[in-house]
Write a protein that binds this ligand. Structure first.
Ligand code: ATP
Ligand code: MG
Length: 563
């Protein structure tokens, strides 16, 4: 019971409190209906995941409904590829929109009819100013704007011109339809905002039907109203637009959703803007939208994150009214916590150094029993082959060690995980003085890694059998940007200067033979190295490719915390 309360407390937030109050007041006949309204002009990122978890989670918990609606009002930047990826990502996160997949473009005819209605009411007019002129006539917060010279056209003239705009008679940018509100309004969004612009462009769903396209601020509230959205949850920057959405709905006298704003997610050492992410892709700073270094949902998925860990992360950070930057380690902790419980263990060596056990028979092989997951005894054990020649990590050997180096060094004993205690005799060098292999002797009385005489062995290292291991590509990732806030740059400089030049390291690693059959999309903990994911795109049967999802421990203490 106590757990339940804690869970409920965790879930409660100011948005849910508003919904509770609305339900208590009997609003919307007890209906709760939310939506996620992406513009299909890029792939979704972890910020969008926050919005999806929030909106679909509310619908689920209140036994309401959740819509996925494409806000596809701008034909020049929108593509089918983005639509498909967004649907895949929302489904992967468990956003259950059932059969409610909508497109704002399907409402174009209705929106157009509403615009005509506003013209007839004297609340909208055709303006002949150019986009630059519209901007300069708008004024500034402290000074009022100027009326458009055509603001007082007759209703008949406006109807005629808008009809001709709609038929494609005028060139792009020559005219707009604007709401007639107040050019001296303290809120700049209310200074006769543009509702329609002329655009001779093909739309991904409407084809060449339209020569005028609705502006976001005109369209958005109408879309929510049309779908009967009860709680229109959006990010803080739309707070100043709310009076305008209200104005449109009031003039038309149609259903009013309640808009609630929350702070967008910002994540440290990365960027969350579709424009910037597109730039990273176009300029080949990354290998596509689903590059595992990208903060996109497809990138994070390909890195090995689970949908459950992203939900856990979103729960953890909660929602607020204040913008802030969340450190990457918060996200990493969420996936680490889950994989610690679920990922089977295995051994892999990234930078192999050969070890020869001089007193181990040349042609002997043993099968060592290794625990699959100490956190989950039901997963049992597996056999890992062992022989005279092994690989260990190059870093686990030092010929001249510093103090308190408990791994392999001449004269010192070290434990090979699940195998034997071995003692290093000497390193073998080539002509140039590089270490080519290390010679050790093993203690046959320590099979499994335990001493009979109670002597303490401080270091334990992982290994693979050189004769049985296979080689596989392994990718290690670091943050995409070296700065916590990559966008915090001096005048005239660019956020791309903060790109981390070494965010990807590629290895031909040596892996225990059982991993050869790792299925694409499976997850493992490579002992001492982190959690790894068999790349679903590049893995082939018998030749998996592994992406490191996350390190075992928080390595961010080392990362830059400076501004
Ligand atoms: P971007 O700035 O990256 O282009 P956007 O806000 O223009 O993003 P939309 O497709 O309009 O992208 O976003 C769809 C929904 O996701 C909106 O309701 C928006 O408020 C929400 N959203 C976008 N970015 C974030 C974020 N960083 N955190 C939380 N919600 C977000
Ligand atoms: Mg937007």
């Amino acid at each position: 019971m106590e757990n339940k309360t804690e869970e409920q407390q965790l879930k409660s937030n100011f948005i849910r409190e508003i919904i509770d109050a609305d339900l208590a007041a009997g609003k919307n006949n007890g209906r709760v209906h939310t939506r996620f309204p992406p513009e299909p002009n890029g792939y979704l990122h972890i910020g969008h995941a926050k919005s999806i978890c929030l909106n679909s989670g509310i619908a689920r918990d209140y036994k309401g409904k959740f819509n996925l609606r494409f806000d596809d009002t701008n034909p020049s930047k929108e593509e089918q590829e983005y639509v498909d990826s967004i649907i895949e990502d929302v489904k992967w996160l468990g956003g259950d929109f059932e059969d409610r997949l909508f497109y704002a473009s399907d409402y174009f005819a209705a929106m157009h009819a509403w615009a005509v209605e506003l013209i007839k009411k004297g609340k909208a007019y055709v303006c002949d100013l150019s986009p630059e002129e519209v901007r300069s006539y708008r004024g500034a917060p402290a000074e009022s704007g100027k009326d458009s010279p055509t603001r007082n056209r007759t209703v008949e003239e406006n109807l005629d011109l808008f009809a001709r705009m709609t038929k494609g008679e005028f060139p792009d940018g020559s005219r707009t339809l604007r709401a007639k509100i107040d050019m001296a309004h303290p809120n700049l969004n209310m200074r006769d905002p543009v509702m329609y612009r002329i655009l001779h462009a093909s739309h991904h769903r409407q084809g060449d039907k339209w020569f005028v396209y609705p502006m976001y601020d005109w369209a958005h509230g109408l879309e929510d109203s049309t779908e009967g959205i009860t709680h229109s949850i959006c990010t803080l920057e739309f707070e100043d637009h709310r009076p305008l959405y209200d104005w449109f709905l009031d003039q038309l006298g149609i259903y009013h959703p309640r808009q609630i704003e929350f702070a967008r997610l910002n994540l440290g050492n990365t960027v969350l803007s579709k424009r910037k992410l597109l730039e990273l892709v176009k300029n080949s700073h990354v290998d596509g939208w689903d590059d595992p270094r990208m903060p996109t949902i497809s990138g994070i998925r390909r890195r090995g994150y689970t949908a459950a860990s992203i939900h856990a992360f979103c729960e953890e950070i909660g929602v607020s009214k204040f913008n802030s930057i969340i450190d990457i380690w918060v996200l990493e902790n969420a996936v680490r916590n889950e994989l610690n419980k679920t990922a089977p263990r295995a051994m892999a060596v990234l930078r192999p150094l050969k070890v020869v056990l001089t007193n181990y028979p040349e042609d002997k092989t043993e099968e060592m029993e290794a625990v699959n997951n100490p956190e989950d005894p039901s997963t049992g054990t597996r056999k890992v082959p062992f022989c005279r020649e092994l690989y260990i990590e190059r870093d686990d050997f030092m010929e001249v060690p510093p103090k308190k180096f408990f791994r392999m060094t001449p004269g010192q004993e070290v434990r090979l995980r699940y195998a034997y205690i071995i003692k290093c005799e000497k390193a073998v060098h080539d002509a140039a003085g590089n270490i080519t292999e290390v010679h050790c002797s093993y203690d046959p009385a320590t099979r499994g890694g335990t001493t009979q005489d109670g002597r303490k062995i401080k270091g334990t290292i992982h290994w693979v059998s050189a004769r049985h291991a296979f080689s596989a590509r392994v990718h290690l990732y670091d943050a995409l940007f070296t700065k916590r806030d990559p966008e915090d740059v001096e005048e005239g400089r660019d956020y791309k200067e903060n790109i981390n030049p070494s965010s990807l390291e590629i290895f031909d690693a040596s892996l225990e033979p059982g991993l050869k059959n790792a299925a694409a999309g499976s997850r493992f903990q490579f002992e001492r190295l982190g959690y790894f994911f068999a790349d679903p795109k590049d893995s082939r049967p018998g030749t998996p490719v592994f992406n490191r999802t996350v390190t075992l421990r928080d390595s961010w203490a080392k990362m830059e915390k400076k501004p």
